[in-house]
Design a protein around this ligand. Sequence first.
Ligand SMILES: Cc1cc2nc3c(=O)[nH]c(=O)nc-3n(C[C@H](O)[C@H](O)[C@H](O)COP(=O)(O)OP(=O)(O)OC[C@H]3O[C@@H](n4cnc5c(N)ncnc54)[C@H](O)[C@@H]3O)c2cc1C
Length: 382
Amino acid sequence: MSTHNNIAERKNVVVLGAGYAGSMAANRILAAGRPDITVTVLNPRPQFVERVRLHQVATGTSDGIHALTEVLDPDAEIRVGVAERIGEHDVMLEDGTTLPFDLLLYAVGSTRDMSRVAGGTHTFGVDGYEESLWLGNALESLDDGTRVTVVGGGLTGIEVGAEIAERYPALRVSLVSGAEPAAGLPLSSREGILRRLRALDVQIRSGVTVSRVTATFIEFDDGSVVSSECTVWAGGFTAPDLAARSGLPVDAHGRLLADASLICTDRPDIVGIGDAVAPPREVAAHIRMSCQAAIPLGAHGADTVLALLDGASPRPLSLGFVAQCISVGRRYGVVQSTRRDDTPRSPAAPSTPRTRSRRAICASRTSTPTPSTTPAPTSRRW
Ligand SMILES: Cc1cc2nc3c(=O)[nH]c(=O)nc-3n(C[C@H](O)[C@H](O)[C@H](O)COP(=O)(O)OP(=O)(O)OC[C@H]3O[C@@H](n4cnc5c(N)ncnc54)[C@H](O)[C@@H]3O)c2cc1C
């Protein structure tokens, strides 16, 4: 009889976090059809949150949420709860219970990084589902003419600012950032995005760093002040501190340090995936915190887990990209084709975000990036 059918030898794989990476990993392991493996997925809610649509949740143009039972393989055991600490052989949950594991997939994603600004409690966010609902409630209650400031000129800030301006044209929306919005994109793409933002009446102020936020104004590090009754933070993301709290090795962004196969550098029984992992530069210097990376990282993490269970050598990560997709409101978007290492090619194609952008957004394939064009890492994010 195959040892795979021996219940006593069943291995517990626990997946921490049912986002893009965790869901992909759980489904891929279960798709192997191995009766010797049990997969338990721990998530704070029984739903999958479609984070790439959270700016739409805030403006009421998307639900952004799906039952985990629809997203995960029917054989996945779903456990609703929050991991408090990772121990030697089990995870301790906030409710006081524990979850034993033989192998752990660490997939807890990322959150808003407020570490370098005072008054973070006065900001709204779109990094989580509740945060987006709170922002949505706040936007609904604002009087016409109220100043709304989105901090961050990266792709998230652009998407959030455009979405709010399009949905609430009577609000006075500004986008403030250090670098020019979409600074990493070629001129033709940037110009299209800036044109659309201006058409939506979004005021753009770049070359500034926010040092303090209050309920009514923002202060910049040059001492200047602008009024802002609703400030939305899209100025950067960081990983949750669960790994650090558990005594696991992390980088400056709180991400679990892993080897080229995504195995934690200190713990051969923990595999990191998605926004919450930091693999070495030689395989990951080009990888941003993004859903387009989280999904293939989840797939690779699943393969690593299966190899470890079989006593085989896991393969090193080899991940390349084909495009970045940016929506600027509901009626305009840019599909920016990229090289394997995620650096943009020119020119980009304008796109209708409901159609091509969002479908292509997770387009990615496994291939090796061209080393000579690999950009400096790793704090870049969506
Ligand atoms: C508004 C917005 C728009 C975006 N648009 C794009 C885009 O167009 N393209 C793109 O590529 N990327 C985009 N991103 C980035 C993308 O959403 C993230 O990079 C992606 O979600 C990362 O996937 P993940 O699986 O690593 O983490 P997540 O999707 O964040 O999932 C992590 C999961 O872990 C759970 N979790 C956290 N802590 C614990 C714990 N202690 N115990 C149990 N569970 C826990 C969380 O609740 C969550 O369910 C966008 C992000 C935002 C906020």
